[in-house]
Each structure stands twice: as structure tokens, then as C-alpha cells.
Design a protein around this ligand. Structure first.
Ligand code: AMP
Length: 283
């Protein structure tokens, strides 16, 4: 596995693959790799000749009071994990390589961001869309792999790829969970033992909502209330940030479930903000 830190070296490596007519699969990450990331790598390896993983904690997508400085980082561990997973290139630029000066142009997301994390984290998705635009231009992937766990991110980036005519496919992969249902996340390391135990209630609340949907409940407000009640009863260490039921992927409010819907939740713990969601498939 090659570890690349400069954009020009990354472009050179990509050019060599393109000359061989190789397809490129790309997995963008912020590092502290876990099985969730590796499921994306596995899928990318199945579908492409060459797999690039980026490891970049993007300052642009963190608000002033968010956890940029505390975000878990362990380069040596990530390097070994990526190498063992069969990654071809680990692209890990420094912030000054990506943003050598204040950008003249950045990407501003207009839809799908006035709800969920977009509402709680103003500017977050502009930062995500800007860095991914740069990374897509640098890596020139055929396919880019995202986790369903960050469903709003996938919805925003799918929209951007269509709007800006990027010649790549977005592949969204299922959320990988611990045995008790907690979605794997780099931030889980910051949970205390009691918080970690309590965190299982996030997925349980989503499953609780899904059961009502499967039993025939299609009233969005009713579903939202059920999930909220479950969380209010079971979350004591954390603070519920949001519970919402929206259409997916356009993330608009509806009165009645029609087509695919998403139940999405966020809970703020002392040092980690957890998000999770479940997709209700349209009947
Ligand atoms: P991150 O490093 O947290 O920015 O995540 C990088 C990519 O991995 C994103 O596409 C995430 O959606 C995905 N990802 C993170 N956690 C999981 C998980 N538990 N299951 C599947 N994909 C995940």
C-alpha cells in the first residue's frame, strides 16, 4: 500500500491507473478506521481494480464549538488497518495541502440541509461538499462509497453529483453495527461506559418506530412521537438533539409516509454526538 500526502503524487498515481484502463474505487474517511469503513473498502475492492482511501479530518466541516481538535486520530493504526484490508493507496493530505489559502470558491448546499444535522450543524454540509468536490477531482474515481449511517451526507452528495455532472457513481452501503445494535463510529471511543450501554437505545428506538410502520402506521407525526417517547424514556446520560421522519432521499416533511422514508435521530453525549437512522421502504 502506498501512503500519499501530496495532491500531485496522488494525481500521478491515479494517472498511472487510468493509463492501464483501471477502474478506481474511492472511500473518503476521517480516519480512526473501523469495520464500518472496512465494509466500504470491501465493496470497493469487489467493484474496482484500484482502491483509494482518503484520511482527512476536514476542518471546513466542523463548527467553531465542535470536536475538530478532539476527533480521534491514530495514523499508525489506520495505516496498518488499511494495509491489512488491501487498500492500494491511503491518501492523507495535511490541511495546508488541501487548503493552501482561503478558497476563492466553495460549494454551498441549497437543499436537503435545513433538517437533521444540517440544521444542528450550520455550514457542515458546505464543508463536506467542498472537500468532496476537491477529492473527486484529485482521485477521479469511477465509484465512491458512502455509509448509510450518514444518510443525509449520502443524500446531499448524490444530489451534488447529479447537479454538477460528476462522472462517477455513488454507492451507499449498509450501516455496520456492534452486536447490541450500536452503529460503529470513530466517536464511540469518547463514550463513557454508562453512555456506551445507554447508546444501544438509539437503534432500538428506530426499530421500535419501524415496527409501528410495518404494522401499518403511516402517520408521520405518530411515528415521530413513538420514537421520541422511546428515547425520552431510555436516554438519561445524553441529550436528544433531534428525532425526525422525512422522505428519503429528498428529506422533505410529509404528513403521511409515501415512498421511501427515513427515521433519523441524534443524541449528544458529553464528548460524542451520535447519529443513527433507519430507512422505511415505501410500500
Ligand atoms: P467518517 O470517517 O466517519 O467520515 O466516515 C467515512 C465513511 O464511512 C462515511 O461514508 C460513513 O458513512 C461511513 N461509515 C461510518 N460509520 C459507518 C458504519 N457504522 N457503517 C457503515 N459505514 C459507515
Amino acid at each position: 500500500m502506498k501512503v500519499i500526502t501530496s495532491i500531485s503524487d496522488m494525481q500521478e498515481s491515479v494517472d498511472a491507473e487510468l493509463r492501464l484502463n483501471h477502474t478506481i474505487g474511492f472511500v473518503p474517511t476521517m480516519g480512526y478506521l473501523h469495520e464500518g469503513h472496512l465494509s466500504l473498502v470491501d465493496q470497493a475492492k469487489k467493484e474496482n481494480d484500484f482502491v483509494v482511501v482518503s484520511l482527512f479530518v476536514n476542518p471546513l466541516q466542523f463548527g467553531p464549538n465542535e470536536d475538530f481538535d478532539q476527533y480521534p486520530r491514530d495514523f499508525n493504526r489506520d495505516r496498518k488497518v488499511a494495509e491489512d484490508a488491501g487498500v492500494d493507496v491511503l491518501f492523507c493530505p495535511q490541511a495546508v495541502e488541501m487548503y493552501p489559502r482561503t478558497p476563492v470558491v466553495s460549494v454551498s448546499v441549497d437543499q436537503r440541509t435545513n433538517v437533521l444535522c444540517g440544521q444542528s450543524r450550520p455550514g457542515h454540509f458546505n464543508g463536506v461538499a467542498t472537500v468532496l468536490t476537491k477529492l473527486f477531482h484529485i482521485v477521479v474515481p469511477n465509484r465512491v462509497y458512502f455509509g448509510r449511517k450518514d444518510a443525509q451526507q449520502a443524500a446531499v452528495i448524490e444530489g451534488m453529483v447529479e447537479d454538477f455532472n460528476f462522472r462517477l457513481d455513488i454507492v451507499t452501503c449498509p450501516t455496520v453495527r456492534e452486536t447490541d445494535g450500536v452503529a460503529l463510529s470513530s466517536r464511540n471511543i469518547h463514550l463513557s461506559q454508562t453512555e456506551r450501554e445507554e447508546a444501544r437505545n438509539l437503534y432500538q428506538s428506530l426499530q421500535y418506530g419501524e415496527r409501528f410502520y410495518n404494522a401499518g402506521e403511516t402517520n408521520v407525526q405518530q411515528l415521530q412521537t413513538k420514537v421520541l417517547e422511546f428515547l425520552e424514556k431510555n436516554i438519561h446520560e445524553g441529550v436528544i438533539d433531534y428525532v425526525d421522519v422525512l422522505s428519503y432521499p429528498d428529506l422533505t416533511k410529509k404528513q403521511t409516509c409515501t415512498g421511501d422514508m427515513i427515521i433519523a435521530i441524534a443524541v449528544q453525549y458529553k464528548k460524542a454526538r451520535l447519529i443513527d437512522n433507519i430507512i422505511l421502504i415505501g410500500k
